[in-house]
Design a protein around this ligand. Structure first.
Ligand SMILES: [Zn+2]
Length: 425
């Protein structure tokens, strides 16, 4: 199966970073962004690549050649003049096969292409599009799905008063060959010209929802976030840390979960927690809290109030002489409703909210932790998925039913103290 990758961008918005380089050659942590895209393809066994080149074609060909230096096979489709985001695809029709991917050569993505393709085949779709929660939902194309996952419409840059589910076009597609026939001649745009035809076609356009890390680098802030992500990822994968740690969820793990814990007087430590903290310190573990606090995004309390509650939990948990060295919290929530509520700037998708591994990876990086020697204790499937993603050993202390089919923890015990005494060596 072929992978078509658009590689004709000039990189105007990030000119200060890319200079005169074609956008796909823009270095990210010292390596052209297109190399990361090709590595993702290769890691899923998709090694037949067609680069759709235009601006800077010679520089791109010189860097990538026939792909043999990168462990893939690369062909080129040259746009003599700009044909738009869909026109360049039609231009490569002779090189495409029955189903093919279309990826952007300037978007950093760790999308699981194998799962995406499985979804596309199961739906029998004419086209599939990868959608995810956006970190900038009011500045993007929101994709509207029906209950079967079929795309019913696209909302371009929604207003703050509009109601929508935060799912945006993440710039990766799978098309059946017939799509080529729907694309008109000359300059054609994917979203403007092709999407309406796909949406109204019999077999349809389906949205594949995933939270696999993917970020465009359209602003300096997003570019910096991708570089930071790569640095942290390499630190974790190369096991550069040496310390051992136990990462602790907060509500329901350390203190009682009484609805959404939104004020200091609702903080009540669970039995055995202070003793567990002391025991774990005694076994040589660093202790770190990693907690989702969407109450901020929901307008229920401020950052200052969350930090005061975190400090109270920490103080109570340290009462028997143990020490918690750091607290990471996520104030975000991906839902976009009530954009007029206080603190609505936190209503967006992010990389820190569990089940994403962002907070855990950041803790590993900042404190020099070896995930292979470390644990996570939590009472929700989100904790366990996040811990598994970060490569730490997971301990579930909630009702086993609560995990349902979402995740598998390494250990199941009743409470933090038991975990400290019986599971963690
Ligand atoms: Zn977050």
């Amino acid at each position: 199966m072929k992978v078509l990758i658009t590689a004709g961008g000039k990189g105007t918005r990030l000119k200060s970073l890319s200079g005169e380089l074609p956008k796909p050659l823009m270095p990210v942590c010292g390596k052209p962004v297109l190399e990361y895209v090709i590595e993702t393809c290769k890691s899923h066994g998709f090694c037949d690549i067609v680069l759709l080149v235009g601006y800077g074609a010679d520089q791109i060909k010189e860097h990538f050649g026939d792909g043999s230096g990168f462990g893939v096979r690369i062909e080129y489709s040259l746009e003599e003049e700009p044909l738009g985001t869909a026109g360049c695809v039609k231009n490569a029709a002779a090189l495409a096969d029955d189903d093919f991917f279309l990826l952007h050569g300037d978007v950093y993505s760790e999308l699981d292409l194998s799962l995406f393709f499985k979804f596309h085949k199961e739906k029998g779709a004419l086209a599939s599009i990868f959608v995810h929660g956006s970190t900038h939902p009011y500045d993007t194309d929101i994709v509207e799905l029906n209950s079967e996952g079929r795309v019913e419409g696209v909302l371009h840059r929604p207003g703050k008063d509009e109601r929508f589910v935060n799912l945006s076009n993440a710039g990766s597609f799978i098309f059946r060959r017939e799509v080529m026939e729907l694309i008109g001649e000359g300059k054609q745009n994917l979203e403007r010209d092709l999407f309406p035809l796909l949406i109204s076609s019999e077999k349809g356009l389906f949205g594949y929802i995933s939270d696999d890390y993917t970020k465009d680098m359209g602003t300096p802030d997003r570019f910096a976030a991708v570089e930071k992500h790569i640095v942290v990822k390499q630190f974790v994968e190369e096991r550069k840390g040496t310390k051992k740690a136990v990462l602790l969820d907060r509500d329901g793990t350390l203190n009682k979960e009484v609805g959404l814990v939104d004020s200091l007087d609702r903080i009540e430590l669970l039995p055995g927690v202070a003793e567990a903290v002391k025991v774990l310190n005694g076994k040589g573990y660093l202790l770190i809290i990693v907690t989702n606090q969407p109450q901020v995004a929901r307008g229920m309390c401020s950052i200052e109030e969350i930090e005061a509650m975190n400090a109270r939990v920490k103080e109570l948990a340290e009462a028997e002489g143990g020490k918690i060295i750091d607290v990471f919290y996520c104030p975000h929530h991906p839902e976009t409703q009530h954009a007029d509520a206080p603190y609505s700037e936190y209503r967006k998708a992010c990389e820190c909210r569990k089940p994403q591994a962002g907070m855990i990876l950041e803790a590993i990086y900042r404190h020099g932790i070896d995930p292979g020697k470390s644990y996570l204790i939590g009472d929700s499937w989100r904790d366990i998925v996040a811990g598994n993603r970060a490569g730490v050993t997971t301990i579930f202390i909630g009702e086993k039913e609560g995990l349902k089919k979402r995740a598998d923890a390494s250990h199941y015990v009743d409470g933090v103290l038991k975990a400290a005494l019986e599971v963690i060596e």
